[in-house]
Design a protein around this ligand. Structure first.
Ligand SMILES: [Zn+2]
Length: 224
């Protein structure tokens, strides 16, 4: 018989004793009236980058779709089974979210694999095929040149997030809601080791740190 991970049983126990008592009425209301999140987050599968944890979101607050390297393929109405496009369609058409946040992050394994031209993990090379979505971003970043590998990968991670906003705009219903002022698109970048968060500013064409003061305070205070 297979064994369900003990860590998850323990985690569920903590959820029952700590979180659920505080949020029981919220869960009931959400079950009764349905979810109405105003924000969709498109994040990476990376286990260190849970959007609900980073943004301290409660149940019903963010609609999350995660994939390798937080990418969105351009709008392609064909018969392929497209998980990302289905999630996007539901978020925009049914939930009518007001914001879509593409949450990129440092040390992204998918981006690194692309930058290192890593060997496929399987004959089908699902990752390689998926990561080819970032080719326009890689073109925009240009060759590595004098940059360190780390600088190059960071540029790729950030540029890819911005290009993903362009890909989102290839979906007709995204484009029309953005044009009508009913939907805003954002790119953000989470530094895993540092815990800092930057938001892309289209006017300056760069990522700007947010809550830097609160971040410095949180890191300055002794924890133990
Ligand atoms: Zn990643």
């Amino acid at each position: 018989m297979s064994e369900f991970p003990q860590r998850l049983i323990e985690g569920y126990g903590a959820f029952l004793s700590e979180r659920l008592p505080h949020e029981q009425s919220r869960y009931r209301a959400l079950a009764e009236h349905g979810q109405r999140p105003e924000v969709m987050v498109i994040g990476c599968c990376d286990s260190r980058c849970s959007p609900e944890l980073i943004f301290d979101a409660g149940p019903g607050e963010v609609f999350v779709s995660r994939n390798i390297a937080n990418l969105v393929p351009p709008y392609t109405p064909d018969s392929a089974q497209r998980s990302m496009s289905a999630a996007l369609e539901f978020a925009v058409q049914a939930l009518k979210v007001k914001h879509i946040v593409v949450l990129a992050h440092a040390q992204c394994g998918g981006i690194r694999a692309y930058a290192e031209e890593a060997e496929p993990l399987s004959p089908g090379d699902f990752i390689g095929n998926w990561m080819s979505i970032i080719e326009p971003a890689a073109k925009a970043v240009g060759p590595r040149g004098e940059r360190s590998f780390q600088e190059y990968v960071t540029a790729l991670e950030q540029t890819s997030a911005v290009k993903t906003l362009d890909n989102l705009m290839t979906f007709p219903y995204v484009r029309s809601r953005v044009a009508a002022g009913k939907l805003e698109l954002h790119a953000a970048y989470f530094g895993v080791a540092t815990g800092d968060l930057s938001i892309y500013d289209p006017a300056q064409k760069k990522f700007i740190r947010v809550a830097a003061e609160a971040h410095a305070k949180a890191f300055a205070e002794p924890r133990f």
